[in-house]
Design a binder for this molecule. Structure first.
Ligand SMILES: Nc1nc2c(c(=O)[nH]1)N[C@H]1C(S)=C(S)[C@@H](COP(=O)(O)O)O[C@H]1N2
Ligand SMILES: [Mo]
Length: 385
């Protein structure tokens, strides 16, 4: 196996001719090796859509080489010496900044969890088109960079600017449009919203948007624009594909398998409360004795108040022990030591509650694009004896 960095001509042609959809249907564990990555679950090899395997979730920070990857478009060619960020639109003093200009500004560190809006899509029934992520379209990192608010202050934002359109260096190819996201000013000016240059103490890897990406703590992954090279201050939200109809969610519950009327869709912002077990592995076999159930819980812009575990199919619930790392918009580790009552097949479940008192649902609402899967997690365990 060879390390892949640049696509082959065949991969590019497959992308142009729409071979994508067929390749997205099944994640595979034994796909090609990608530069800077350990073995990942490969949903697409080009553009790379890589899921983190469960066994890489043992730590609060997800290592960069195991962090999931989601790209709609081929990665841009990156020349960091020539890199510029243009800040313009409704601004009195438009600016063009180099990487060094940005490095000279005050840097902040924000730990935050990045989750793909479609994480868990593979569990919805009926199924829908799109990447069939299971649990691993998520990761947690320490992001270091400048505040978006500090960049905007440099240009003297005009009154009437209500959104920042954030664009990356990847451009539309064939039928796939350019990736642009509109961030409402309220979130753009939040002190935790960063343009990050580092991830877990290392320069931001190119595959994660290096040299710089947007970090929007608590908001779904689609907002975290990679390879940022243009910030455009505008009065109205962008009307491009990735703001409309993509990444919108029905305001009213829909019968599974039906379409939403466009006027019933609203843009997705923060992520809902959710948790999952990463250990033991699903359907693993154990000898008699204690089993340590370990997992992660997060709640978008809210904090985790508690995680409960059931070992009797949801009849009784018991509080799990929460990990010591506790920051807004970053997930929390939890554990629960359990001694199975006897040999045989057991099902364990976890459900998190956020600090507004909202508990994750037993059954996440079906929606046409398969966003925001957050059903109570369940795990089968076989005890031999
Ligand atoms: N420029 C650009 N930024 C992007 C995307 C993209 O396709 N192009 N994908 C978005 C989506 S849908 C997700 S979930 C996150 C994934 O970030 P990661 O690849 O670093 O995990 O990046 C977001 N930023
Ligand atoms: Mo995503």
């Amino acid at each position: 196996m060879s390390h892949r960095d640049r696509p082959t001509r065949q991969q590019f042609l497959r992308f142009l001719t729409g071979g994508l959809t067929a390749a997205t249907a099944f994640g595979q564990d034994n796909g090609p090796v990608f530069a800077g990555k350990r073995t990942m679950i490969v949903h697409n090899d080009f553009p790379e859509d890589l899921e983190t395997p469960l066994d890489a979730f043992g730590s609060w920070l997800t290592p960069n080489d195991a962090f999931f990857v989601r790209q709609h478009l081929p990665r841009p060619e990156v020349d960091i010496r020539a890199w510029r960020v243009e800040i313009s639109g409704l601004a009195d003093k438009p600016q063009s900044l180099s990487l060094d200009d940005i490095r000279r500004m005050r840097q902040y560190i924000v730990p935050a969890t990045l989750e793909c809006t479609g994480n868990g899509r593979g569990y919805f029934r009926p199924s829908m088109p799109g990447l069939l992520w299971k649990k691993g379209g998520i990761g947690n990192a320490e992001w270091r960079g400048v505040r978006l608010a500090d960049l905007l202050r440099l240009v003297n934002v005009k009154t009437g600017a209500a959104f920042v359109d954030v664009d990356g260096a990847d451009t539309g190819v064939s039928k796939t449009p350019d990736f642009i996201r509109s961030i409402p000013m309220r979130k753009a000016l939040d002190p935790a919203t960063l343009i990050a240059l580092e991830m877990n103490g290392a320069p931001l890897p190119e595959i994660h948007g290096g040299p710089m990406r947007l970090v929007v703590p608590g908001w779904n992954g689609a907002n975290w624009v990679k390879w940022v090279n243009r910030l455009n201050l505008v009065a109205e939200s962008n009307s491009g594909f990735y703001m409309n109809p993509a990444y919108k969610y029905p305001k009213v519950p829909l019968p599974p398998g039906t379409a939403a009327r466009p006027e019933d869709l609203a843009p997705l912002e923060r992520m809902p409360v959710k948790s999952f077990f990463f250990s033991p592995q699903p359907e693993s076999k154990h000898t008699r004795g204690p089993v340590s159930l370990r997992g992660l819980a997060w709640a978008g812009e809210r904090r985790i108040a508690r995680v409960d575990v059931s070992v009797d199919r949801g009849l009784n619930w018991k509080a799990a022990e929460l990990g010591k790392e506790d920051f807004p918009s970053a997930w929390r580790l939890f554990r629960c030591d359990w001694t199975p009552a006897g040999a045989g097949y057991h099902v364990v479940m976890c459900r998190a509650t956020d600090d507004a008192g909202v508990t994750q649902p037993i059954d996440a609402a079906w929606n046409p694009s398969g966003y925001l899967w957050n059903s109570v997690d369940r795990l089968g365990v076989l005890v031999e004896g």
